[in-house]
Design a protein around this ligand. Structure first.
Ligand code: GDP
Ligand code: MG
Length: 439
């Protein structure tokens, strides 16, 4: 792929806007790459069409060529399609929360059930019960019991002679008696979807009414995972996904297919056979993996860093010159947000790093949000020329951002203080700390 890719990159030169013509070669490469990653071809087709439409006419970022720019857009779009990073299981406020694990045979249901049981026991202090509802194979019950022993979690079973629905119902009574607050049902799977399996799962759902129905998506799954996902979702209503076997080589494009069908969040990543091999889902990393264009993405990231640095530098230069406006403040807020928190930002500044312990991040963050809203209610001209902000303008801004005029005044005062500080310090080396002065 790499050779082809380089060729495609060389064929495209020049800056400017993205056009049908300068995107085409790279979109072909992207298409190939996604198919190689086992993304369903229908999904790929629609995806490429969407990206094309979105990308058309976009400005190519400096130091990228159009082909690289396309990859950046594709990557961002895949990440978006993969969904959010911090999805959680649905927990009931009171009583017993239930989770039904479903999926094809061998995709890692039993393993994932036990991993989640361990995670919720250890990290969330839940009182967990595992229930062996895969009564098709006696070995499956044994497998769950063994895992339960390893992780020290109760396993409920009535043996292979009692059907799954009865087992599930009895398990709920057992859980009530023992004051469990999370019950995880491990269910049976087949190599292919079949009616009997689906009926059993539907009956279980009707009886238990699970708070979570989680589908395991094997990273190795191929084109037909889309049919599987559609079937499970139509019959059961999936609430979340787990990608399994991400420790292997497979790129895991099947996940993209499943997301396009279910649109439910990925809750965990399973990446190994050990009970601790359970991770939070990172859509950005997964997008890298599925797209498989690491070398281009490195270039794209460098370009992005450069762009951020240029913005930073411009602000710094203006500050050196004693100029500091609301636009500068806004871009500093942006930087802070990228660092994750004001604390993280302060840790990097000599002199301030020792004060970090005394910072109330929550308070600063809510102030930052409010200030951002105020600035966003200003016109671009007002942001660069704070002096024009007289009573009527202040009123409008306060209304627009849902704050009191006093809050607007406070922010203007802060900016004036920052300005006088930048004037004082201009000429010397400028620590980039205007944004949290007086906050
Ligand atoms: P089930 O049939 O859906 O219940 O699947 P199992 O949980 O029994 O898993 C099937 C096989 O895959 C077992 O050998 C597991 O040890 C293995 N397995 C499950 N999850 C993972 C994983 O994340 N990584 C790896 N490498 N193996 C896994
Ligand atoms: Mg199993």
């Amino acid at each position: 792929l790499s050779d082809r890719l380089n060729k495609a990159l060389k064929n495209i030169t020049g800056q400017g806007k993205l056009t049908e013509k300068n995107m085409n070669d790279m979109l072909k490469e992207v298409r190939m790459s996604l198919l190689e990653a086992d993304v369903n071809y229908e999904v790929v087709k629609n995806f490429i069409a969407d990206v094309k439409e979105k990308a058309m006419g976009q400005e190519v970022m400096e130091s990228l060529n159009p082909g690289q720019m396309v990859v950046k857009i594709v990557h961002d779009e895949i990440q978006e399609l993969l969904g959010s990073e911090d999805a959680q299981l649905n927990f009931k406020k009171q009583g017993i929360t239930t989770l039904m694990m479903v999926g094809l045979q061998g995709t890692g249901k039993t393993t994932a059930s036990a991993k989640i049981a361990k995670y919720c026991t250890k990290k969330m202090k839940r009182r967990v019960l595992l229930v062996a509802c895969d009564v098709v194979r006696p070995a499956a019950i044994q497998q769950l019991q063994t895992l339960g022993q390893d992780i020290d979690v109760d396993v409920f079973t009535m043996g292979a002679d009692v059907d799954a629905v009865t087992t599930a119902e009895e398990a709920m009574k057992y859980a009530q008696d023992r004051q469990k607050d999370l019950v995880i049902f491990d269910t049976a799977g087949r190599l292919h979807i079949d009616e009997a399996l689906m009926q059993e799962l539907s009956d279980m759902k009707a009886s238990i009414q699970p708070d979570n129905i989680v589908l395991t998506v094997d990273a190795m799954s191929g084109q037909d995972i889309i049919t599987v996902a559609r079937d499970f979702n139509e019959k059961l209503g999936i609430t979340g996904l787990i990608v399994t076997k991400l420790d292997g080589d497979a790129r895991g494009g099947g996940l993209l297919s499943v997301r396009s069908i279910t649109n439910v969040p990925v809750l965990f990543v399973s990446n190994g056979e050990k009970m601790d091999d359970l991770e939070a889902f990172h859509p950005d990393r997964m997008a890298d993996r599925i797209l498989g264009m690491g070398d281009v993405m490195t270039l794209v990231e460098q370009a992005q860093d450069k762009l951020d640095m240029e913005v930073e530098q411009k602000t710094a230069e203006r500050m050196m010159a004693g100029v500091f406006t609301f636009n500068d403040l806004l871009s500093q807020y942006g930087q802070i947000k990228k660092m994750g928190s004001i604390q993280n930002m302060m840790k990097m500044i000599p002199g301030l790093n020792k004060m970090v312990k005394n910072v109330d991040d929550d308070k600063l963050n809510s102030e930052m949000k409010r200030n951002e809203a105020i600035i966003q209610s200003m016109t671009p001209y007002e942001r660069d020329h704070p002096k024009v902000l007289k009573a009527s303008r202040k009123n409008r801004i306060a209304k627009g951002s849902g704050v009191k005029v006093a809050d607007v005044n406070k922010l203007i005062k802060q900016l004036e203080q920052m300005q006088s500080m930048t004037k004082m310090m201009s000429g010397g080396r400028m620590p980039n700390m205007g944004a949290f002065q007086n906050m």
